[in-house]
Design a protein around this ligand. Structure first.
Ligand code: HEC
Length: 131
């Protein structure tokens, strides 16, 4: 009985995920996805991307030095549904991933780099605006 109950809850949650995923995909099928980062300053984000060494591992538009191929290219990142395959790609999800990727994905090759919340906010603003 208990197991049946858990199974029922599981499939409801799964359904909710599918439905919200579909909503995101619908967004993508329409106009370009825009993700606004409140209080994020993209120009400062650009500086922080260089200072924290993101360029060593990622290709990033608008930053000539960002040619690293350790991680994925961060091009058109606003179009993606998940970050690192684990965090929903929302402004808040992006900020949290940049601040502490290993909290979400303990085995990821992306290190926790000591990026502050405001710095991550500025970086997220840059990444969403440049493609
Ligand atoms: C030592 C290499 C390394 C450094 C330095 C690094 N990353 Fe990453 N990053 C990765 C790897 C590897 C992944 C893929 C993670 C995964 O899927 O588990 C990743 C994933 C990401 C993602 C998600 C991309 C996607 O397609 O899902 C973002 C966004 C990101 N990094 C931003 C940054 C930012 C911003 C910095 C600098 C503050 C940074 N990274 C520094 C290696 C690095």
């Amino acid at each position: 009985m208990r197991i049946l109950f858990l199974l029922a809850i599981g499939s409801i949650l799964e359904l909710a995920l599918v439905v919200s995923g579909a909503a995101i995909l619908d967004d993508r099928a329409g106009a370009r996805v825009t993700r606004i980062v409140n209080g994020g300053k993209p120009e400062r984000g650009r500086e922080m991307i260089v200072r924290h060494g993101c360029v060593a591992c990622h290709v990033i538009a608008g930053i000539g030095r960002a040619k690293g191929r350790v991680g994925p290219k961060l091009l058109d990142i606003e179009e993606q549904v998940y970050l690192g395959g684990v965090v929903a790609n929302t402004p808040e999800g992006m900020i949290r991933w940049i601040g502490s990727p290993r909290k979400f994905s303990p085995a990821t090759a992306m290190p926790d780099l000591g990026v502050s919340e405001q710095e991550a906010r500025d970086i997220a603003a840059y990444l969403y605006e440049n493609e």
